[in-house]
Design a protein around this ligand. Structure first.
Ligand code: SPD
Length: 284
């Protein structure tokens, strides 16, 4: 059988296409969403959910390192970590590079995302899949957070997709209140918080809500070239104070040499790089 010729695979928003030349190698409707695996020349194999880019082998570090290290380098302790979503394994992989992490619960709603990531994108989860500290649960992360005991995690990370479909509940007050409740004192919460350009109103509403719920929340800006506009954000929150702004030197030193994007210097610039229209939007 001849292989399909490369074509354009696009995510489309508001009259703009964000695409890669490549071919679809697997596609299936799961109980939750359409799961697509592609192969591209530029970024290798990749994953889309409901037609939206999630990750790709040679691009994923732009997203996973900024989501993980500001939180893991700041929380008072990092013994117990919860990751909600993140079924490709990239967020878990970055967390488990921190030797002080003893137990990581990864709660992904869609078993097909996990199975196909392990099969087609094994480098993204890497050694996380066989790390005894990883506890994989295929189930609803919102229910997991609401059922978890008070003060049971040092870090909670939400690595969900966009606020439509199965990830919608990962953007609301009730869910964030549980995330705050299950954090230990000195704990840090982190979530992907969409593009300030393509999803300006979602981004603003999310940062405002996290500030209300946790008391402290700040967005970090960077680039994920395959995502809409390429301009992305991650938001960190904490009850006790904005510890996430400054990485602890010892923790940073343990992971920095293995990072492609994140460094203490990059993080400092990313928090400072708030665009003026977002600064204005957050001031009222
Ligand atoms: N619009 C893309 C939002 C993607 C968030 N999660 C990606 C999963 C990578 N682990």
């Amino acid at each position: 059988m001849t292989e399909p010729q490369p074509t354009w695979i696009d995510e489309e928003h508001q009259g703009v296409r964000y695409g890669l030349a490549g071919r679809v190698i697997a596609e299936q409707q799961s109980p939750y969403q359409r799961v697509t695996i592609i192969e591209s020349e530029r970024y290798g194999k990749g994953l889309l959910l409901d037609g939206c880019w999630m990750t790709a082998e040679r691009q994923e570090r732009h997203y996973h390192e900024p989501l993980v290290h500001p939180a893991l380098c700041a929380a008072a302790a990092i013994e117990r970590v919860l990751v909600i979503g993140g079924g490709d394994g990239g967020t878990a992989r970055e967390c488990l590079r921190h030797p002080a992490v003893r137990h990581l619960d990864l709660v992904e709603i869609d078993g097909l995302v996990v199975a196909w990531s392990q099969q087609h994108l094994p480098s993204i989860g890497g050694s996380a899949w066989s790390d005894p500290r990883l506890h994989l649960h295929v189930g609803d992360g919102i229910a997991w957070a609401s059922g978890a005991p008070d003060a049971s995690y040092d870090v909670v990370i939400v690595d969900g997709s966009d606020p439509a479909g199965p990830a919608e509940g990962l953007f609301n007050r009730a869910f964030f209140e549980h995330c705050r409740r299950i954090l230990r004192p000195g704990g840090v919460f982190a979530t992907q918080s969409e593009s300030p350009e393509t999803f300006e109103s979602v981004h603003l509403a999310l940062v405002r809500l996290l500030r209300e719920v946790f008391g402290h929340a700040d967005p970090l800006y960077g680039w994920v070239p395959m995502y809409p506009s390429g301009w992305w954000s991650w938001t960190f929150a904490a009850v006790d104070g904005p510890s996430y702004l400054e990485p602890q030197a010892q923790r940073a030193a343990e992971v920095a040499a293995g990072c492609q994007i994140w460094s203490p210097r990059w993080q400092q610039g990313g928090f400072a790089a708030m665009p003026a229209f977002i600064e204005r939007g957050l001031s009222h």
